[in-house]
Write a protein that binds this ligand. Sequence first.
Ligand code: TRP
Length: 341
Amino acid sequence: MDFKNIPGAPENIVMSGIRPTGFLHLGNYFGAMRNYVKMQDEFTCFFMVADLHSLTTHPDTSGLKQNIYRVLAENIACGLDPAKVALYCQSHIHETAELYLYLNMLAYKGELEKTATFKDKVRLNPENVNAGLLTYPVLMATDILIHRAMFVPVGKDQEQHLEMARNFANRFNTRYEPVFPEPQAFNFNSELIKVPGLDGAGKMSKSENQMATLYLADEDEVIRKKVMRAKTDSGPTKKNDVKAPEIENLFTLLKLVSKTDVVEKFEHDFNTCTIRYGDLKKQLAEDMIQFIRPIRQSANAILADEDNLRKIMKQGAEKATISAMNTMKLVREAMKLNYFK
Ligand code: TRP
């Protein structure tokens, strides 16, 4: 169903979430946060820390609060303005539980079992295959639909979940009444940037592959060490040689944080076989430090003021709750769960 058929649906709502299961890294910055920051002036934005989702795989909540605070602080340090967007914590929106329940009735066991992330998680953690894990995509659909959001800035790995959210939305609309616009993946007029890890293999990760990942919380020395340890090969053997994946990755990272003339110099050195990888890595390390340091320092300053963070979280929850309550009124009406009327 086309969103334009949903009477009165808002057309400029952006929603996204990030799980508090580890430290934010350069991949999150370029893949998500930088996009969020660009959107905040033009859209009504809901950005959420997905603490409930983290319970599906991390039932131990002892470090959860600290992780949530850090994710919030890092988002603000990257330029998100809590006065412009609703920056909130998923569990503060109680309406989520209700919509999740209704949508669960429209989600089929078969399709949930086929979800790629579910199968991965079962493989990784066969002793904790709980129902919440199975219905993870329903909860994510709820986060989006509860604001009737149409634009969802997410990476490739979330596309299947988004497809499922569209299916649940359409099923609801056809079974009851049209309430939900179809949410779609959205990125701010640029290609999705993939940020490779430093090991020439995978991408950066919140919880795995820590030596190959540059975290926004990494100290200068740690950044230097990680970059200097990055894998390289024995160098180009002929002019304009093809770059090995790990070398390509170093150049990709360089392009993200270094000045154009610096990148051009190393491209030139590579193409003329005069490149010294030690110099490339030194330059990359210093430019990375210049890039990450202000974010880290600002995040640490924000984290140090817990009262203020709590205020921000509360303000975000209030904004998101108003939006959620409005949607739930429509949902209950559409479902005819309004017996007092
Ligand atoms: N599942 C997302 C992830 O793992 C996090 C998430 C939860 C989310 N709810 C969302 C993303 C709603 C976008 C919209 O990264």
